[in-house]
Design a binder for this molecule. Structure first.
Ligand SMILES: Nc1nc2c(c(=O)[nH]1)N[C@H]1C(S)=C(S)[C@@H](COP(=O)(O)O)O[C@H]1N2
Ligand SMILES: [Mo]
Length: 359
C-alpha cells in the first residue's frame, strides 16, 4: 500500500486538517471505477487509526437485543455483497456557486465524487437478524471514531433506506481493504445519498425514532433558499440533503485549455441520485446549440455514474463548452449556478461550462 503522503501528493488538497482533497478531473475520467488513491477524501475531523483486531461494532436502540460484532463475526454471520456505486459530496462543484456570491466550505471543483465496487454486508441483513420492526417510522443513526470539534461524527438515514438492498456496511473498495482515509476498517455506503450519510470508521449503529441529533445531521448538510444567510439560518427549517440531484461535469478538456481547430473529444460524467441518466447534451457555443454525447454505463450499477464522450468540431476562437444531463423523468439541470445558489454552496448542479481557446 502507498503511504498517505504519496496519495496526498496525487490529489488537489483543499485542507490538511481536516484533510480534504480531490483528483484532477482528467484522472477522474480515466476509469469508470475510481482507483482508491484517486478517490476524493472528505473529512470533518481527524483520520482515526483503528486496529482491526480489537475492532467492535456496536448495535443498539430499538432492537430486541444489543449486539457487539468483531470484523470476523460480521463477515461470517452475514452474506457478502458487492455494489458498484458512486459516492458524491453534497459540496461537489461548490466552486461554481462561489463564483456567484460567497459560500462557506471548501471550493470543490467537480472531483468530490468517485465510483467503486464496495464490498461488505447488507445493513438490512444485520437489522433484520437483530429483529427490527420493519415498516416502522424509525431512523438508523451512525456514530464514528473520528472527532469533530470534540464530538464523534454522526449522521442518520431513514430505516427504509437502511433496509434497501444497496445499503452496505463495507470493508472493501475495489477488492481491497478500505484505505485509512476512506474509513478502515468499516464504513457505511448509502448509494444515491449524499456522502455525508455514509459514515466512515463506524463505531456504533443505533435504531431510534428520530434522526441523529449530531450537529452533522441536525445542523449541517441542509439546503436553504437564497435569502437565508449564515446569520439567519434556522437549521430546523433547512431541508435535509439525502438523495443527490442530477448533475454533469466536463472532465476533458480542462478549463482554459488551448486546442487545435477541428475535431476535439470532450469527455465527462453524468450522475443522478436515484434515476438513470438517459441523455447528455453538449454545446460548443455556450448552450445555443447542442449535440448528444455517447453514453457509457454499467447496466448492473443503478447507483453509479454515466460516462459520456463526444467529438465536437471547433473552429478557431474562444468557445464556451457546456454540458447538461437529462434523467428518466425528463428533468434536466438549471442553466446557471445563480438559480440554486445557497450560502452553504450545496448541490451545485447547473450546466457545467468550460472556456477553451481554439487556434
Ligand atoms: N466518520 C466520518 N464519516 C464521513 C465523513 C467524516 O468526516 N467522518 N465525511 C462524510 C462526507 S461529507 C463524505 S462526502 C464522504 C466522503 O467519503 P470519502 O472520503 O471516502 O470519499 O464521507 C462521509 N463520511
Ligand atoms: Mo460530503
Amino acid at each position: 500500500m502507498s503511504s498517505l503522503a504519496e496519495r496526498r501528493a496525487r490529489l488537489i488538497v483543499h485542507g490538511e486538517t481536516p484533510y480534504n482533497a480531490e483528483p484532477p478531473l482528467a484522472r477522474l475520467r480515466a476509469s469508470y471505477r475510481t482507483a482508491a488513491d484517486d478517490f476524493y477524501v472528505r473529512s470533518h475531523g481527524d483520520l482515526p487509526e483503528i486496529d482491526a483486531d480489537g475492532y467492535r461494532l456496536r448495535l443498539d436502540g430499538a432492537i430486541p437485543t444489543a449486539l457487539e460484532l468483531s470484523l470476523e463475526s460480521l463477515r461470517s454471520r452475514y452474506a457478502e455483497a458487492t455494489v458498484t456505486a458512486t459516492m458524491q459530496c453534497a459540496g461537489n462543484r461548490r466552486a461554481d456557486m462561489r463564483a456567484v456570491a460567497p459560500v462557506s466550505g471548501d471550493p470543490w471543483d467537480g472531483g468530490a465524487i468517485g465510483t467503486a465496487d464496495w464490498t461488505g454486508i447488507r445493513l438490512g441483513d444485520v437489522l433484520r437478524e437483530a429483529g427490527i420492526a420493519e415498516g416502522a417510522d424509525l431512523h438508523v443513526a451512525f456514530e464514528s471514531h473520528d472527532l469533530v470539534e470534540g464530538r464523534p461524527y454522526g449522521a442518520s438515514i431513514p430505516l427504509a433506506k437502511a433496509l434497501a438492498p444497496e445499503t452496505l456496511l463495507a470493508f472493501a473498495m475495489n477488492g481491497a481493504p478500505l484505505l485509512p482515509e476512506h474509513g478502515f476498517p468499516l464504513r457505511a455506503v448509502v448509494p444515491g445519498f449524499a456522502g455525508v450519510r455514509s459514515p466512515k470508521w463506524l463505531k456504533r449503529i443505533t435504531v431510534q425514532d428520530h434522526p441523529s441529533d449530531n450537529p452533522i445531521q441536525a445542523e449541517d448538510y441542509k439546503l436553504f433558499p437564497p435569502d437565508v444567510t449564515a446569520e439567519t439560518a434556522d437549521p430546523a427549517r433547512g431541508h435535509t440533503i439525502n438523495t443527490m440531484p442530477l448533475n454533469a461535469v466536463i472532465c476533458e478538456p480542462a478549463r482554459g485549455a488551448r486546442l487545435a481547430a477541428g475535431s476535439n473529444t470532450v469527455r465527462g460524467y453524468g450522475v443522478s441520485g436515484d434515476r438513470a441518466v438517459v441523455r447528455v447534451d453538449v454545446s460548443g457555443d455556450g448552450g445555443r446549440t447542442w449535440a448528444q454525447a455517447a453514453l457509457e454505463h454499467d447496466a448492473q450499477a443503478h447507483f453509479a455514474w454515466t460516462f459520456w464522450t463526444i467529438d465536437l468540431d471547433l473552429p478557431p476562437g474562444e468557445h464556451e463548452l457546456a454540458v447538461r444531463a437529462w434523467d428518466e423523468a425528463g428533468q434536466t439541470q438549471p442553466a446557471l449556478p445563480d438559480d440554486t445558489w445557497n450560502y452553504k454552496g450545496y448541490l451545485s448542479a447547473a450546466w457545467h461550462r468550460v472556456r477553451v481557446a481554439v487556434e
